[in-house]
Ligand binder design. Structure first.
Ligand SMILES: [Zn+2]
Length: 465
C-alpha cells in the first residue's frame, strides 16, 4: 500500500517533522500561520517558480497557509512539471501544498489569525517580507529589484528558499535575515553579486545520480526547469518515507511507500528528460553490472549511506558535482574535477571497515561521516533545495566558456545574515586513493565529455595538502 491512508494528523506530523526537530529545539513552527502572496506585477516564469517553490517548501513544515495571487494561468513549464496544466497559479500552489500535507489548512485569501507574510514582488506592503529572483540573483528585503532575466529559475528558487527561511526563523523566534542579494553566478553577495549570462540549453550527457533523497530529488526537480537535458540514470534503494515529505519538492503524500527512483524518473520523463531507474544500493548496482559499464559523463553523488562516497571514488569517477546539507543550517555545493582538484574521498574521509588501514587523509579537518547504513539526516525543510540550486547552477556553468568559473566548494549559512557565500578551494590530500588513479582514470574516462577539464599535466602543478 502506498500513501498515508489510516494515519491520524498527529501520527503523520510526528514522522514528517522528525528531521526538522533534530535541528530546532523549538516546536513553535508547528503553530505558525503563514501567508504567501504573488503580487499582481510579478507573474513571470521566474516569479511563478518562486511562488510555487516557496509554497511547496512551506507546506513541508507549516500547517496553516493562506495564499493570494492574481488570476493568472500557471506557466506551461510548471504545469508540465507538476502535472497541473490548465490551473491558475494560485490553485496549482494550493494543490501542491495539499499534496505535500493532506492535513494542512490551506486556503486562498483566508486565515483570520495573525500571520507571517511573504510576498513575491516589488510592491510588498509594510510588515511583509519581499523576495524576488532575477536571472542568477536572489533578492530579499529592500534589496529586491524588478528588472532582469525572468526566464532563469535559479535566482527565483534561491529567493524562495531565503523567503521560507525567513518564515521559519520568524516562527521559531530566531533573528531574521533582512537585506539579501546573492548571486549563483559568481557566488558573491551584496554589490559584488553578479548578474550572469542568460541560461544556455545544455546537455550534461550521460548522468549517473547516486541518491534520490532530499538533495538528489531537489536537484532533479530543477534540472528540466533550468533547461538542462541529458540521459539520467538514478540509483537509490530507498522508498519514499513520511520523513522525506519534510524536504523533497517532488515527493508527496501519495508517493509514500513508492521507490524514490520511480517517482523521480516519472518526474523527469513528464518533463521530457530521458531517465532510467536502478532501485538498488550503489554497490549492488555496480556488482550486478547495471551501472558504470558504459561510462557516465558526470556523476552526481547525493548519498552518504553504506560508505558510498568511497565506493564511488573507487570507480575512478568522471566529473562530479553535488550538494549537501549540514546540521547547522548550512547548505553546500561541491565539485571534483578529476586529476586536478580533490576527490570525493579527499573531502569526505570515512571510517574504514575492519582490516583496512586508515587513510592519512582521515586525519583531516573535514567532517567524518562514519555511517554504514542509511542515516537519518537532520535537516531543515529549505536546506536541501538550497544545496540543489547551488548544484544546478554549477551544472549549468559546465556548458559555458571558461569553466570552471568558481572554486570547488561553496557554502551558504542560513542561520546567519545571508550576506555572502563562503567559497573555499579544496586541493587533493596526500595519501588519498585518488593519488593512484591517474592511469586508470584516463583509460576509463578519456572519451567522456568533460574529460578535457582533467588535463593530466595539471596534476604536477597541484599541491597536495
Ligand atoms: Zn582523493
Amino acid at each position: 500500500m502506498t500513501g498515508i491512508a489510516g494515519l491520524t494528523a498527529d501520527e503523520f506530523y510526528d514522522r514528517r517533522d522528525h528531521r526538522t526537530d533534530l535541528v530546532v529545539a523549538s516546536p513553535a513552527y508547528r503553530a505558525a500561520s503563514i501567508r504567501i502572496t504573488l503580487s499582481p506585477h510579478a507573474t513571470s516564469f521566474a516569479d511563478q517558480v518562486a511562488f510555487l517553490t516557496a509554497v511547496n517548501l512551506t507546506a513541508r513544515w507549516c500547517r496553516r497557509i493562506s495564499l493570494s495571487a492574481p488570476a493568472v494561468a500557471l506557466d506551461s513549464r510548471l504545469g508540465t512539471a507538476f502535472g497541473l496544466s490548465g490551473m491558475s497559479a494560485v490553485k496549482a500552489a494550493a494543490a501542491l501544498a495539499h499534496a505535500a500535507d493532506p492535513f494542512a489548512r490551506v486556503g486562498v485569501d483566508l486565515v483570520p489569525e495573525p500571520t507571517i507574510h511573504l510576498v513575491i514582488g516589488t510592491d510588498a506592503p509594510r510588515g511583509t517580507y519581499p523576495i524576488l529572483g532575477r536571472g542568477w540573483l536572489a533578492m530579499a528585503g529592500d534589496a529586491v529589484r524588478g528588472d532582469g532575466d525572468t526566464e532563469n529559475p535559479l535566482g527565483a528558487v534561491l529567493a524562495a528558499c531565503v523567503g521560507v527561511a525567513y518564515l521559519f526563523r520568524t516562527a521559531v523566534g530566531i533573528p531574521r535575515p533582512a537585506r539579501v542579494r546573492l548571486s549563483l553566478w559568481n557566488l558573491r553577495g551584496g554589490e559584488a553579486a553578479g548578474q550572469g549570462p542568460r541560461l544556455p540549453q545544455a546537455s550534461l550527457g550521460r548522468v549517473l545520480v547516486v541518491g534520490c533523497g532530499a538533495v538528489g530529488s531537489a536537484i532533479l526537480y530543477l534540472i528540466p526547469l533550468a533547461g538542462l537535458g541529458g540521459v539520467f540514470e538514478l540509483v537509490d534503494h530507498d522508498r519514499v518515507q513520511i520523513s522525506n515529505l519534510s524536504t523533497a519538492p517532488i515527493f508527496f503524500a501519495d508517493n509514500v511507500g513508492d521507490d524514490k527512483v520511480e517517482i523521480a524518473v516519472e518526474y523527469l520523463k513528464r518533463n521530457r528528460v530521458a531517465a532510467v531507474t536502478h532501485a538498488s544500493w550503489f554497490d549492488e548496482a555496480v556488482a550486478a553490472g547495471r551501472i558504470l559499464v558504459e561510462r557516465p559523463d558526470l556523476i552526481i553523488p547525493a548519498a552518504n549511506e553504506r560508505n558510498v562516497r568511497r565506493q564511488i571514488q573507487h570507480q575512478a569517477p568522471p566529473l562530479q558535482v553535488y550538494g549537501t546539507t549540514g546540521k547547522n543550517w548550512d547548505a553546500f555545493v561541491g565539485r571534483h574535477i578529476p586529476l586536478k582538484e580533490d576527490c570525493l574521498t579527499c573531502r569526505f574521509p570515512q571510517a574504514q571497515p575492519v582490516g583496512e588501514p586508515p587513510l592519512i587523509c582521515g586525519s583531516g579537518t573535514l567532517p567524518t561521516v562514519p555511517e554504514l547504513e542509511t542515516p537519518v539526516t537532520a535537516t531543515l525543510p529549505f536546506l536541501p533545495a538550497v544545496a540543489a540550486v547551488m548544484t544546478v547552477a554549477e551544472l549549468i556553468k559546465t556548458a559555458l566558456p571558461g569553466y570552471p568559473l568558481n572554486a570547488n566548494f561553496g557554502c551558504l549559512d542560513f542561520l546567519g545574515p545571508l550576506k555572502h557565500f563562503i567559497v573555499v578551494p579544496h586541493a587533493p590530500r596526500r595519501g588519498c586513493i585518488c593519488e593512484e588513479q591517474d592511469g586508470v582514470w584516463i583509460q576509463l574516462n578519456a572519451a567522456t565529455i568533460f574529460a578535457q577539464l582533467s588535463n593530466s599535466s595539471l596534476r604536477d602543478s597541484c599541491v597536495r595538502e
